[in-house]
Design a protein around this ligand. Sequence first.
Ligand code: MRU
Length: 352
Amino acid sequence: MTDAPSEWRPLHWTGESLVIVDQTALPDEERLVECRTIDDVAAAIREMRVRGAPAIGISAVAGLALAVQGAAREGGDWRRALSAGEALLASTRPTAADLFHGLQVARERVASAVDAAEAAHLLGQLVLELLDRQWAIDRALADYGAGLLRSGTRVLTHCNTGALGTGAFGTALGIIRRAYELGRLEHVWVTETRPRLQGARLTVWELRRSGIPHTLIVDGAAPFLLARGEVDAVLVGADRVAANGDVANKIGTLGLAVAAERFRVPFYVAAPLSTFDPETPDGNAIPIEERDPAEVLRVKGTWIAPADTPVRNPAFDVTPHWLVTALVTERGIIPAPDRRKIANFLAANGRG
Ligand code: MRU
């Protein structure tokens, strides 16, 4: 892993393990965790040691590679190990399309493998390929997105969509990084992102490393800043884009989209093609992960409400496509997305 903030990458495939920067330890500690088995990878995804849709997708492929390596070592049935591995990984986090896309790409890669050794080799190669490809995807997406921003732009972003979320340059945060490189970015408003605080803990950490000027706000402050004219564009990522353009993203995104529309601020969603799911017809069909109530009841280990308080903790919400000013992908921009435009765009880009 390189330390230069401009090229830094939080995921590393050694050939026999996946080394990740433990995102639950940041920003207090930059701790590396080595996942040597598929169970390690599944636990890291479930516990959000690795998180963000593209990073989850690549990690899942690494998990399958480790499962098949295990079968190769122990003389087990590698196809059975692969299917069991897919089922395990699919059960970790249900919302991010990239996870399922990664599983499908892995399955296709080994379809004609003759034995466990060959399948393990092919999957290891695939992990390296995906890590490299993600960098190219993120950079291309960042260029398209930065093209939407005028000089002096003040952006508001939610959750974490940076290097940590993709294993490469980042999506929405990649656009922010690119706009800053181009001298177009004046300031970033970062929402705290309750309950896991990805904005406060991770996005602030990444922006500091890149020297990009930013201010942290509580989630509830965002509409006020939009109303006051202190935000020129809202830029967020996505966990799944349905066939009609509805977008699942971190809980709190929908409120930002509603406020942005009301106060006439453009609302951009950055998503690589791996996040699009043409099989999911619309936002109502996107499975939304519900997480442990303890995430709401405790902040960094401190209880903030009685332990038996009833809690609802959806990890994501769905923003209807008609609130999205444009989707930004590595292949270009889809303004005012709808079912027809998305179908044409995916067909033109090999994901029809
Ligand atoms: O629950 P998380 O932290 O995995 O949610 C992440 C997001 O909502 C991101 O916006 C999305 O995955 C894109 S990351 C490039």
